[in-house]
Design a protein around this ligand. Structure first.
Ligand code: 5GP
Length: 169
């Protein structure tokens, strides 16, 4: 494994992202929705840096399973418990790869009539994009390689790492 992003670099970037997010909401209440499982550490670090009224919720979508490629089929495995109606919803994602997951979630959540819908994603692989999708707050652009750590897995391993590494690199 080769380290791509150190724990220090990630934490510094999360600080900066939180500053941007706090400025964007300007004290309005936020519902920060974590996309399980990959975003769990990013979500936990991010919400601790948000000021004002912050509620959290969790959803889970179908992932790669044990394969390192996107199926293109997005399935909601666990839905949020709370209503999105008239609320400032911040979707917290680990990584935007082909863009299909985020596109699907954006469309689904827009039907729930939130007051606003924004996306914070820690990582993006622009060269892997199949569908265009907006990310409001982005941590890092990375090359089109399979990464693990800081919430991201390979067959459920490595999620606990504080840094992000290229598997097989
Ligand atoms: P997309 O629908 O954008 O192709 O895929 C998004 C999802 O695929 C992410 O939320 C993540 O679960 C998974 N994914 C994409 N690239 C990687 C990667 O490099 N490493 C890991 N562990 N998961 C990835």
């Amino acid at each position: 494994m080769t380290t791509l992003l150190t724990e220090k670099a990630i934490q510094q970037r999360v600080d900066e992202m939180a500053r941007d997010i706090n400025a964007a909401y300007a004290g309005e209440p936020v519902l920060a929705v974590c996309v399980l499982k990959g975003a769990f550490l990013f979500h936990a670090d991010l919400v601790r840096r948000l000021v004002g009224e912050v509620a959290v919720d969790f959803i889970q979508v179908s992932s790669y399973g044990t394969e390192q490629r996107s199926s293109g089929i997005v399935q909601l495995k666990k839905d949020a418990d709370t209503s999105f109606e008239d609320r400032n919803v911040l979707l917290v994602e680990d990584i935007v790869d082909t863009g299909q997951t985020l596109k699907h979630l954006r469309e689904l959540f827009a039907t729930r009539r939130p007051k606003s819908l924004r996306v914070a994603a820690l990582l993006s692989k622009p060269s892997a994009r199949v569908v265009e999708v907006d990310v409001d707050f982005l941590g890092f652009e990375i090359p089109n390689e399979f990464v693990v750590g800081y919430g991201l897995d390979s067959a459920e391993q490595y999620r606990n790492l504080g840094h992000i590494a290229v598997l097989g690199g």
